[in-house]
Design a protein. Structure first.
Length: 153
């Protein structure tokens, strides 16, 4: 039997047409990072419009996300900046209701405190905080990539 190369042994990777695309964005205190990323992905050739958008952040980042991106704004005729972005990018698309669904922010947790409960981190200040953030992000990525029908961006 002929030897197969390593690439011949891998199962085929589902293409964009057969996968749900998920964006994981790690943000700090600037939700603009998220909107700029989504805008840039939508301008790719071909455009990348994730079905789901997951934000990983701290408690401070989650509060900023809510205040600056999800709250209605007079600048956008009473819509939130997120809704205005979706309306612009998804205008005229029949599948608009299945794209750019922003999930609740996933707040990074650190080691359990004396009460045995994991701590939601306000900021990443120490090496232990950074280690906890790395573990948390890895778990988020692992949970999404466990499904072969999901493409992570």
């Amino acid at each position: 039997m002929p030897r197969r190369s390593r690439s011949q042994l891998r199962p085929p990777v589902p293409g964009p047409a057969t996968c749900a695309t998920v964006l994981i964005a790690v943000t700090g205190e600037s939700p603009a990072v998220l909107t700029e990323t989504v805008w840039a992905l939508a301008r790719e050739n071909p455009p990348v419009l994730p079905a789901r958008v997951i934000v990983v952040t701290t408690t401070v980042g989650a509060a900023r996300l809510q205040a600056e991106l999800l709250a209605p704004s007079p600048a956008f005729a009473g819509r939130s900046p997120w809704q205005a972005l979706r309306d612009t990018l998804l205008a005229g698309r029949a599948d608009a209701d299945r794209l750019l669904a922003l999930e609740d922010a996933r707040v990074i947790t650190g080691p359990a405190g004396p009460d045995g409960c994991a701590r939601r981190l306000d900021d990443l200040r120490t090496r232990a905080d950074n280690d906890a953030a790395a573990d948390f992000i890895l778990e988020q990525v692992r949970a999404i990539t466990a499904n072969a029908d999901t493409r992570l961006v």
